[in-house]
Design a protein around this ligand. Structure first.
Ligand SMILES: Cc1cc2nc3c(=O)[nH]c(=O)nc-3n(C[C@H](O)[C@H](O)[C@H](O)COP(=O)(O)O)c2cc1C
Length: 480
């Protein structure tokens, strides 16, 4: 008997900005990215993606501008291209999208470096209430100096310390979400709304945060939002292994991604968690048409609108390298600066079809302007499905975050051409596993699994109905 085919998680990767991973696309007559501030745009998109049974819309976010290229502190190319700026807060639109849908989940990026866990916990509890338990949190530690400067710092907190802050941030969050209110604290009987014995302080005193509590929102359907994480450094993986339920990975080559995935699953097991329960999804850009030729034609058309300086501004923010001082035709595989050379040599080795290709400012920018630094596939339904399947198999993935080159056009094409092909191959579900369920129920495919699973460190804090509050500050409550 053959093992049943694993079905993928598919999310739509979006951002509240005119240009997410497609700087300049707003000039295309078919792109509606400029409507990012129109609530109807988001509601219609959520309904469309839910009809197609996407698991979630996953919202990226940043807290500053990309000002490295031609910099320092130069926002000119970013502003001209609308390269992730202007950018609005992604959380506000979720309630409206949730009101118009019943199943699709919403992954929202929020940084542990600049927020306060007490305020953050209430915001996510609120949206979890209003969405019927369909919110996820993409935990990031941020990477832009421009954000740090605007948030009372001269420069960024060192990388690994940001993860220590994140770890304590999560500990406080679990205490607030799971341990501050008893499951049956809200009684609404005999003239009492909340049983005062069912609400307690958390008394968290730590290195970075002091939060006495109690949480001022009552428990939502999931209590803790579904926990996404993106960040694959050594410290990032350690953090993910302990806290994340869905990990979002970038990368150009599935063989290299696999090494990271294997390492991550190994560390998950070391935390006493089921390594298969952590879902790994890759960032992927798809340009698809009825045939390979039609898709290639679409790519050519898109490249007419790409804003190459905007793409290099994104590159500068992501990598810290300012390519402005180089000539347009300089081949970076051979430049003197070792860091850039090694980055581009790596890049040229792994971008499919780049053998012998010159990697200069233009070619790097063109590649970024159609999907950023993740995987990409251009072709008809079979070619794209083959490429995704190759990635899923080699990198041991559970699914993909599909980015757009034009919005909603890319999703229309994915729905029309890609999903039928994936369904034909048994790789994508026909319907939600738990219709009307929470984000966690649908991602795990288990009805009743709305709270963190028992093997997750955050579940230790859960204050169950009819029980005493767990000792939230006992040393063995959270594994370090
Ligand atoms: C695929 C992917 C998507 C990311 N999306 C965001 C984002 O939307 N906002 C953000 O601030 N950071 C984002 N990050 C950055 C990470 O969360 C993390 O803060 C950063 O990569 C530094 O951590 P690392 O060195 O462990 O990767 C993303 C990272 C990856 C790999």
């Amino acid at each position: 008997m053959t093992a049943p085919q694993k079905q993928w998680i598919l999310n739509a990767f979006a951002m509240h900005t005119p240009g997410h991973l497609n700087p300049g696309a707003w000039k295309s007559p078919v792109d509606q990215g400029y409507r990012y501030k129109d609530i109807k745009f988001w509601v219609d998109l959520a309904k469309k993606l839910e009809d197609a049974k996407f698991h979630a819309i996953f919202f990226a976010d940043v807290l500053g501008g990309y000002d490295v290229y031609g910099g320092p502190k130069n926002l000119v190319p970013t502003l001209k291209a609308a390269a992730q700026l202007p950018v609005n807060d992604p959380l506000y639109a979720v309630s409206a999208m949730a009101a118009a849908t019943e199943n699709i989940a919403f992954g929202v990026t929020a940084s542990t470096t600049y927020d306060k866990p007490y305020l953050h916990a209430r915001r996510f509890s609120t949206v979890d209430h209003l969405s019927g338990g369909r919110v996820g949190w993409n935990i990031v530690t941020s990477y832009l100096d421009s954000a740090a400067r605007n948030l009372d710092l001269e420069t960024q907190i060192p990388h690994d310390e940001r993860y220590l802050i994140a770890d304590e941030f999560l500990e406080v969050s679990y205490k607030l979400w799971n341990g501050s209110w008893r499951d049956d604290a809200v009684v609404k009987t005999n003239g009492i709304f909340t049983d005062p014995d069912g609400v307690r302080e958390i008394n968290h005193k730590g290195k970075y945060f002091n939060v006495p509590g109690p949480h001022i929102s009552e428990p939502s359907l999931q209590r803790t939002p579904l926990l996404f994480q993106a960040g694959t450094s050594t410290a990032g993986k350690k953090f993910a292994a302990k806290h994340a339920e869905v990990v979002f990975v970038g990368g150009l080559d599935p063989v290299l991604v696999r090494k990271s995935v294997d390492d991550l699953r190994k560390q998950v097991a070391e935390y006493g968690r089921d390594p298969r329960s952590i879902k790994i999804i890759a960032s992927f850009s798809v340009i698809i048409g009825a045939t390979d030729e039609e898709a290639e034609q679409k790519e050519k058309e898109l490249l007419k609108y790409a804003d190459l300086d905007g793409a290099l501004a994104l590159f500068g923010g992501w990598t810290g390298y300012d390519l402005a001082t180089y000539a347009d035709d300089e081949d970076f595989r051979f430049v003197k600066e070792a860091a850039i050379q090694s980055f581009v040599t790596h890049w040229s080795k792994y971008v499919p079809g780049s053998e012998g290709k010159v990697w200069n400012k233009r070619t790097i920018a063109e590649r970024i302007s159609i999907g950023g630094l993740g995987g990409a596939a251009i072709g008809g339904p079979e070619k794209v499905a083959d490429e995704l399947a190759r990635w899923a198999e080699i990198a041991d993935l559970d699914g993909f975050n599909l980015s757009y080159t034009t919005v909603p056009g890319s999703f229309d094409d994915i729905i029309k051409y890609l999903l039928p092909e994936l369904r034909k191959r048994g790789l994508f579900w026909d319907d939600y596993a738990v219709p009307g369920g929470t984000a966690r129920e649908n991602f795990y495919g288990i009805k009743g699994q709305s709270y963190l699973p028992d093997d997750h460190p955050g579940s230790k804090y859960l204050w169950k109905a009819g029980e005493e509050q767990p000792d939230l500050n006992s040393a063995d409550n959270i594994s370090k």
